[in-house]
Design a protein around this ligand. Structure first.
Ligand SMILES: *Cc1c(COP(=O)(O)O)cnc(C)c1O
Length: 372
């Protein structure tokens, strides 16, 4: 049996530090924001070389806060990828803007920077690349295009804690960036959590106000904000986890290396790639197989005790929720193809070499049996 991830094993490993940190919050009464959240924000900013890190209540809240802080609203267009979790597009819609999709690079499934300029219109205000699966999008090229056209870049780094491109950590590249601490993410809270980063002091101040009803000081609401504050308990858990996150990232990278060797040469299986100059943090280890066999391979693996997932079988432009955009099959063929071929294998820091071998043996056997 190989689970998709093992949150209980991780908790057991840090229980001796997490339990007292949580009890401290309970005894302090600082249930919302407070010193534990501040400690976590400082640790996150230090570890990932970010100027300002503002904790909030979820990755979705982080995306909403970043879009609001950037002044994106009614009538604006935001360029993003259809191969993402739906939150990226929904938050763009939530501020009254329209998501404009650009298809992906077939090998990485990241937004294809070379297609972005063709999607720019007079209404385009921002580009929101997604560092899908834990690998940074082509940020040099994206930033160049943004600078040329006067656009804001907002990174969706929800899957990319610790990812790097050209020596810079995810979150430190765009004007603003958004992280998620959903439990299954590479850095996970024990509940919901998120964070906005920026190098711009004025934007950081605005995000801090926006997450707390627009207050710049008690009883005084400078702007219209919301309640997107981080819980004290989540701050305490995440602060403890910051001591381990880099080791966990290296463990993920090691699992990916083991997979690369163990899965080499299985007919009909395409392995994911790490582009030169990037540090992939392997939130998802997604192989590709023929679309006609994908679901049967997944079922056979599951029957053999190997848990799998799909990221993401229906690209956002084909989701009923976005029917109003009028897209249909064939509009973003590379995303559609990727969504039909992708199969996510177990990937978590505690995964052993024996478990990698077990997955590889099962995949080898299953793919030999499941016909096209
Ligand atoms: C998880 C995720 C989000 C949303 O984060 P939540 O904390 O679940 O609200 C946004 N974008 C991407 C790419 C994600 O993977």
């Amino acid at each position: 049996m190989v689970p998709f991830l093992d949150l209980k094993a991780q908790y057991r490993a840090i229980k001796a530090e997490v339990d007292p940190a949580v009890i401290d919050v309970l005894e302090s009464g600082s249930f919302v924001l407070g010193p534990a959240v501040q400690r976590f924000e400082a640790a996150f900013a230090r570890t990932y070389e970010l100027e300002h890190a503002i904790g909030c209540s979820s990755g979705t809240a982080a995306l909403h806060l970043a879009l609001l802080a950037a002044g994106i609203g009614q009538g604006d267009e935001v360029i993003t990828t259809p191969m993402t979790f739906i939150a990226t597009a929904i938050t763009i819609d939530l501020v009254g803007a329209t998501p404009v999709f650009v298809d992906i690079e077939p090998d990485t499934a990241l937004i294809d920077a070379n297609r972005i300029e063709a999607a720019i219109t007079p209404r385009t205000k921002a580009i929101m690349p997604v560092h899908l699966y834990g690998q940074c999008a082509d940020m040099d090229r994206i930033q160049q295009i943004a600078d040329k056209h006067g656009l804001v870049v907002i990174e969706d780094a929800a899957q990319a804690h610790g990812a790097k491109i050209g020596g810079t950590f995810a979150g430190g590249i765009g004007r603003l960036a958004c992280f998620s601490f959903y439990p299954g993410k590479n850095l996970g809270a024990y509940g919901e959590g998120g964070l906005v980063s920026t190098a711009d002091a004025a934007l950081a101040h605005k995000v801090r106000m926006l997450r707390d009803w627009g207050q710049d000081r008690k009883y005084h609401h400078a702007i219209k904000g919301l309640n997107y504050r981080m819980d004290g308990v989540q701050g305490a858990v995440l602060d403890v986890k910051m001591r381990y996150v880099e080791a966990w990232t290296e463990a993920r990278r090691n699992v990916a290396r083991l997979y690369e060797k163990a899965l080499a040469g299985i007919p009909g299986v395409i392995l994911p790639v790490e582009k030169p100059g990037r540090r992939h943090v392997w939130h998802v280890y997604g192989i590709r197989v023929d679309a006609a066999r994908r679901d049967r391979i997944a079922k056979a693996l599951n029957e053999a005790g190997i848990a799998t997932n799909l990221h993401y079988p229906i690209p956002v432009h084909l989701q009923p929720a976005f029917a109003e955009l009028g897209h249909g099959p064939g509009d973003f063929p590379l995303s559609e193809r990727h969504g039909a071929e992708e199969l996510s294998l177990p990937m978590f820091p505690e995964m052993t070499a024996a478990q990698v071998d077990e997955v590889a043996a099962a995949l080898r056997a299953v793919t030999a049996k499941v016909a096209a």
